[in-house]
Design a protein around this ligand. Structure first.
Ligand code: ZN
Length: 430
C-alpha cells in the first residue's frame, strides 16, 4: 500500500446544466467543496428541507440501465457519470447540489464532468483518504455480469463486452484509472443505446431525455443520424467509465485490478459491496461495528465482536473484542471475582468465524443467510480472561465443502494464547 494519501476536495465551485437521460428533467448540478471527512454528498435543493443523499452503496435504490440513489421523491437517477469524474480525480469530499432529480446527461460521456471538476481545482485537504486494497483474488457474479478482483498497487480495469451488433461485437480494453489516463482513455466515451429498445424502455418511464446528442444511438446497421464514433471501441470504454462511477459508491479509493465481463450497473454495485466487505482499508478498521452489524444478526448483549481488523478473502480473519467490567456476564461470573466464561470466549470466536464464513458468499445477499455452528473440537482454555483484556481472535479456514466449513480459531490477550477451538459451521438461508 502506497503511503498515506491526503484527502482531496475542490478549491472553487463549478456548475453544469442540462437534461436528465431517464427523467428528461432539466437540472443544474453545482459542485462545492465538501467538509473534510464528509465524503461525496448530493443535496436536492429543489425539495423541502433540501434532503441530502450520500453517494454510498447503502443508498442505492434502482439499477435498471442506470444507478439511482436515495429514497422516494429524493431519489437521484443516473449518478454514475458524475461519480466517475469525481472518482477519476480522486476527490474524497464534495457537495453536489442538484436542482432536479437527475444530473444532466450532456453528451452522454463523463467528459464534461471531468472537465468541470478539473476547472474547480482539485486540491489536497486535511485528513487521510481511505484506500481499499485486496489481499487475495475473489470473484463476483450477478446475472450475466462477472468480475474477478485481483491485488494491484494501482486501480486497473480490464473490461470485456459483447453485443450482437456489427459496430460492437466483442470488445476488450485494459485501462489505468489515474486522473490523466482516465481523461485520455475513458472520459470522452459516450453511452449508447439501440433503437430496437426505445419503446420498451420508454414504457418503463426510462430514457425520456435521450437523443442523438446525448448518446450513440444504434439501429441494426449502424449509427443513426450519421453520427461518428470517437474510437471504434468507444462502447467498451464507456462501460469501463461506468464501473469507475459505480465503484465510487464504496466511498473509497480503489487499488485493485478489476477484470469485468459483461458488466451491468447491478453487477457493478454487487462488486462495490463485495469490495467494501472483502477489502482491507487503510485509515479505518477493516470493518467497524456498523459493518459488523450489517453482517451478523447478533445484538447486545450477545454481539461479542467490536472490530474486524484483517480480512484475507475467505481464508483468514482477525477480530477484536474489548472485555470490560460492564459485560453482563461479569455480574454473576463471579461476584467479586470476575472471569469471562469460557463459553463466551468461544461464542465470540464463533461470531468472528461467522463473518469469515459469510465472506465466502461475497456478492450475494448475506442478509438472508445465517451461520449455524454444528460442532466444536479440541476446545482448550489456556488462561483466564479478565475485565480490561483485549481479546484478539484469529480464525483460519481449514476446509470448505458446499455450505459447510471447518475453521480453526485462536484467541489471544497481549500475544498470549488464552483459548483455541476447531469449529464446524454451515450457512443456511433464513
Ligand atoms: Zn454510462
Amino acid at each position: 500500500m502506497a503511503g498515506k494519501p491526503k484527502r482531496r476536495s475542490i478549491q472553487r465551485e463549478a456548475a453544469l446544466s442540462g437534461t436528465g437521460l431517464h427523467t428528461g428533467a432539466s437540472t443544474r448540478a453545482v459542485f462545492r467543496p465538501g467538509p473534510t471527512g464528509s465524503g461525496v454528498v448530493f443535496r436536492r435543493i429543489d425539495l423541502d428541507g433540501q434532503p441530502e443523499v450520500p453517494a454510498r452503496i447503502s443508498e442505492v435504490e434502482a439499477l435498471e440501465r442506470r444507478t439511482a440513489i436515495g429514497r422516494g421523491p429524493a431519489t437521484i437517477h443516473t449518478v454514475e457519470h458524475l461519480l466517475a469524474a469525481v472518482a477519476a480525480h480522486e476527490i474524497d469530499d464534495l457537495q453536489v447540489d442538484l436542482s432536479g432529480p437527475e444530473p444532466p446527461i450532456l453528451d452522454g460521456s463523463v467528459g464534461p464532468y471531468f472537465t468541470a471538476l478539473a476547472e474547480a481545482g482539485p486540491v489536497e485537504v486535511d485528513g487521510e483518504a481511505v484506500v481499499l486494497t485486496v489481499q487475495a483474488p475473489f470473484t463476483v457474479t450477478d446475472g450475466e455480469a462477472s468480475y474477478v478482483v485481483a491485488p494491484s498497487k494501482r486501480f486497473q480495469l480490464t473490461v470485456t463486452i459483447e453485443f450482437p451488433h456489427p459496430l460492437i461485437g466483442r470488445q476488450v480494453g485494459s485501462y489505468d484509472v489515474s486522473p490523466d489516463a482516465f481523461a485520455a482513455e475513458l472520459a470522452p466515451a459516450r453511452t449508447f443505446g439501440f433503437t430496437s429498445e426505445v419503446d420498451a424502455l420508454q414504457a418503463k418511464g426510462l430514457i425520456k431525455g435521450a437523443s442523438t446528442a446525448s448518446a450513440i444511438v444504434l439501429d441494426e446497421r449502424g449509427i443513426v443520424n450519421g453520427g461518428r464514433l470517437r474510437w471504434p471501441d468507444e462502447f467498451v470504454r464507456h462501460k469501463a467509465a461506468d464501473i469507475v462511477g459505480d465503484l465510487a459508491l464504496t466511498g473509497c479509493r480503489i487499488r485493485a485490478h478489476v477484470v469485468a465481463t459483461r458488466p451491468s450497473h447491478s453487477g457493478n454495485v454487487a462488486l462495490a459491496r463485495a469490495l467494501a466487505r472483502a477489502a482491507a482499508r487503510s485509515g479505518v478498521p477493516a470493518m467497524d461495528i456498523g459493518r459488523i452489524m450489517d453482517v451478523l444478526p447478533h445484538r447486545y448483549p450477545f454481539l461479542l465482536v467490536d472490530r474486524i481488523v484483517e480480512v484475507e478473502g475467505d481464508k483468514r480473519i482477525v477480530g477484536i473484542k474489548n472485555v470490560t467490567i460492564n459485560e453482563p456476564f461479569f455480574q454473576g461470573h463471579f461476584p467479586g471475582h470476575p472471569i469471562m466464561p469460557g463459553v463466551m470466549i468461544i461464542e465470540a470466536m464463533a461470531q468472528v468465524g461467522g463473518m469469515l464464513l459469510l465472506a465466502h458468499f461475497e456478492g450475494q445477499n448475506v442478509e438472508d443467510k445465517v451461520v449455524y455452528f454444528m460442532s466444536l473440537d479440541n476446545v482448550k482454555f489456556r488462561r483466564p480472561v479478565l475485565p480490561g483484556d483485549q481479546l484478539r481472535f484469529e480464525l483460519e479456514m481449514l476446509a470448505f465443502r458446499g455450505k459447510t466449513c471447518r475453521m480453526k480459531g485462536q484467541a489471544f490477550v497481549d500475544g498470549h494464547l488464552v483459548a483455541e477451538a476447531e469449529m464446524m459451521a454451515a450457512v443456511v438461508d433464513k
